[in-house]
Design a protein around this ligand. Structure first.
Ligand code: FES
Length: 128
């Protein structure tokens, strides 16, 4: 049975209640971006993406030869995935305990890519 024209008219006349928006809800997905300066590559990522994984997915080489041969696979143990954050440090997750230990004698702008989660725009240099 087809709805009568008056039924359709009644549905289209429904107004949002006070306090409700007629706009559709915004999607939960928020993006972040990573600019790899040396490689001249900009990568868009979901908010909270792991910097090391995004680099690997986008063929950005994080490791020197020693790191290529022997790295911990992203567990914060080897310290070979060091990057320098040039811009957007505030858009990364705070340093982890692993980073505090591994980067004790390094500048404050250094991070371990495997421990850093991206929440906005950042620019980084690999193999500083
Ligand atoms: S991959 Fe080993 S510390 Fe990041």
């Amino acid at each position: 049975m087809q709805p009568a024209d008056t039924d359709l008219q009644a549905i289209s006349d429904v107004q949002p209640e006070e306090g409700m928006s007629a706009e559709p809800p915004k999607p939960a997905f928020q993006s972040a971006s990573i600019k790899f300066i040396k490689e001249d590559k900009e990568v868009v990522a979901a908010q909270g993406a792991n910097l090391r994984i995004k680099a690997i997915e986008n063929q950005v080489d994080l490791y020197t030869l020693g790191g290529k041969l022997m790295n911990c696979g992203g567990y914060g143990q080897c310290g070979t995935c060091i990057i320098e954050v040039v811009e957007g440090m505030e858009n990364l997750s705070p340093r982890t305990a692993f980073e505090e230990r591994k980067l004790k004698k390094k500048p404050a702008s250094y991070r371990l890519a495997c421990q850093a989660l991206v929440n906005g725009e950042v620019s980084v240099k690999t193999k500083p």
